[in-house]
Design a protein around this ligand. Structure first.
Ligand SMILES: Cc1ncc(C[n+]2csc(CCOP(=O)(O)OP(=O)(O)O)c2C)c(N)n1
Ligand code: SF4
Length: 272
């Protein structure tokens, strides 16, 4: 049996990529293009929208349509693309700064509206591109370039936020789980309505350096140790949950997406 490589979605002559060794963004890109290939996506029907940052550079490597926009504003641009042409498959790639810190409000409303796009968020626990400043997902107490003695703030749980805001599909994986990541991305792409996949992937260069995960190996071992399949995670007591995070499909529901609701209401209005 041959496995998808996804290379047909990658521009010629662009590799090796720009990301630091040990960074999980390349693994995310590999999983995503393999998912595209297995779902037989075509370049002309696929639009990848990115924001700013190391993660936001991902579209540089793709042969699909792409839109590279301002920091925190990828989701409103993606909403516009989908509204203009609902037949397009719209995928949004963001960092944690982009998606839930500077752009947090847009995430809430894209999920609440149930816009039929897939958001893939690489959560590296900091602002990677600008030197590892604390973001909204930096875990409490952790050291970053702006929290030298420990982060006094609590971190946002991206998946929990998407769930309460109304997303139809929410999953979490890590670069340690490359195969499962591809499968969750495929499920998200197939889901009608707002879908989100969080990729927990600490930035080795900045976050890792200060938090004992400088080498890729240490980061991968940390991800292996801290992640639990969601079924196991849900059985833990409240006190135990703080030491782990759940991976797998966390939410899977089928509320009507924005375009479906809009069409229903438009038809009703025309009948008046
Ligand atoms: C409106 C705005 N504010 C600040 C910046 C500066 N800036 C560029 S990249 C970046 C951090 C990106 O962090 P994140 O979105 O988490 O992506 P990462 O680099 O970690 O993948 C910042 C603050 C910007 N480009 N635009
Ligand atoms: S700075 Fe961090 S997030 Fe950016 S490419 Fe390097 S390891 Fe990845």
């Amino acid at each position: 049996m041959t496995h998808a490589t996804g290379t047909k979605y990658l521009k010629n002559g662009m590799l090796p990529h720009m990301w630091c060794s040990g960074c999980g963004i390349g693994i995310l890109m590999g999983a995503m293009v393999r998912a595209f290939e297995e779902l037989e996506y075509t370049n002309h029907e696929t639009v990848v929208v990115t924001g700013i940052g190391c993660t936001g550079k991902l579209d540089d490597y793709l042969t699909t349509n792409a839109l590279h926009v301002t920091h925190g504003r990828a989701l409103p641009h993606a909403t516009g693309v989908k509204a203009f042409n609902p037949r397009l498959k719209v995928v949004v790639i963001m960092g944690d700064g982009d998606s839930v810190t500077i752009g947090g409000n847009h995430l809430i409303h894209a999920a609440r509206r149930n816009i039929d796009v897939t958001a893939i968020i690489l959560n590296n626990f900091n602002y990677g591109m600008t030197g590892g400043q604390a973001s909204g997902t930096t875990p409490e107490e952790c050291i970053t370039s702006t929290t030298s003695f420990g982060n006094p703030e609590r971190e946002i749980d991206i998946c929990a936020l998407a769930e309460v805001a109304g997303a139809n599909y929410v999953a979490r994986q890590t670069p340690y789980h490359g195969w499962e990541l591809k499968e969750n991305i495929k499920e998200a792409l197939n889901k009608k309505g707002f879908s989100l996949v969080e990729v927990v992937s600490p930035c080795p260069t900045h976050f890792g350096k200060n938090n004992e995960m400088l080498e890729a190996r240490e980061m991968l071992l940390w991800l292996q140790e801290k992640s639990l399949p969601v079924e196991k995670y849900r059985k833990l007591g409240v006190g135990e949950k703080k030491d782990y995070f759940a991976v797998g499909t966390l939410v899977d529901r089928n509320a009507p997406d924005f375009n479906t609701r809009y069409e229903e209401i438009r038809k009703r209005a025309l009948e008046l």
